[in-house]
Design a protein around this ligand. Structure first.
Ligand code: NI
Length: 221
């Protein structure tokens, strides 16, 4: 049995996780998979022994102050190969893909709720303080629906207007607080008019939830 390397978390926010790892001689991290891109900054010189998948082994030299980077998905057990000298490094993980993943999941849930004509499901994707700017309307922004009651009524009105409605070919991207969903909308109004256009939503997020859904659709002429 090897001793365990000791982690100490210095920073853990929605952007970075910074962990100092201290290894006694012969200590190991145990097997782990890196879920994020990361940078290692050696705090000491040293030699790492690496247990790798499929029984492979490797060694890596650490030089104090000389960093290296690795991508998400690395899987290994890291051991201080020295029998006498302790070893330490800082691990800097870029974790802001976590909130981006959750925001993208919200966008996928919203589109699924539109297709399910599920107003409760739609509102579960919206922040407490939310707004919907419609694709059309008298305002520069399109018709502005502000607040949960107004947004809920506006979403319900879409299903009132369109007896049939499908949002397909969804593509979702997140950049910081902003999300972009593009889609193709095919709907049939209660009067029988067919609408078949591409469009997009620009979202502003509050945490994982949507504070603003700002909608755009092609105008076919
Ligand atoms: Ni590792």
């Amino acid at each position: 049995m090897r001793a365990q390397a000791q982690p100490h978390v210095h920073i853990d926010d929605d952007r970075f996780r910074v962990t100092e790892w201290r290894f006694a001689p012969g200590a190991e991290t145990g097997w782990h998979r890196h879920g994020h891109d990361y940078v290692i900054v050696p705090l000491t010189d040293g030699t790492l022994a690496l247990d790798l998948p499929a029984g492979q082994q490797a060694q890596a030299q650490l030089t104090q102050g000389v960093p290296y980077s690795r991508r998400e998905g690395v899987e290994h057990n890291v051991i201080n190969a020295s029998a006498t000298a302790p070893l330490a490094f800082l691990e800097v993980e870029v974790v802001d893909d976590e909130i981006a993943h959750r925001r993208r999941a919200t966008m996928e849930r919203l589109m699924a709720a539109f297709n399910a004509r599920d107003v409760d499901g739609l509102m579960a994707c919206m922040a407490e303080d939310c707004a919907f700017h419609a694709a059309g309307g008298k305002e520069v922004e399109g018709t502005i629906h502000q607040g949960r009651a107004a947004v809920r009524a506006a979403y319900a009105a879409i299903f009132e207007t369109f007896a049939e409605a499908a949002w397909t070919e969804g593509s979702h991207a997140v950049a910081g607080e902003t999300g972009l969903s593009s889609w193709r909308f095919v709907g049939k109004t209660r009067e029988g008019q067919i609408v078949d256009v591409r469009g997009c939503d620009i979202f502003h997020f509050d945490g994982d939830l949507i504070a603003l859904k700002d909608s755009y659709r092609k105008a076919r002429i």
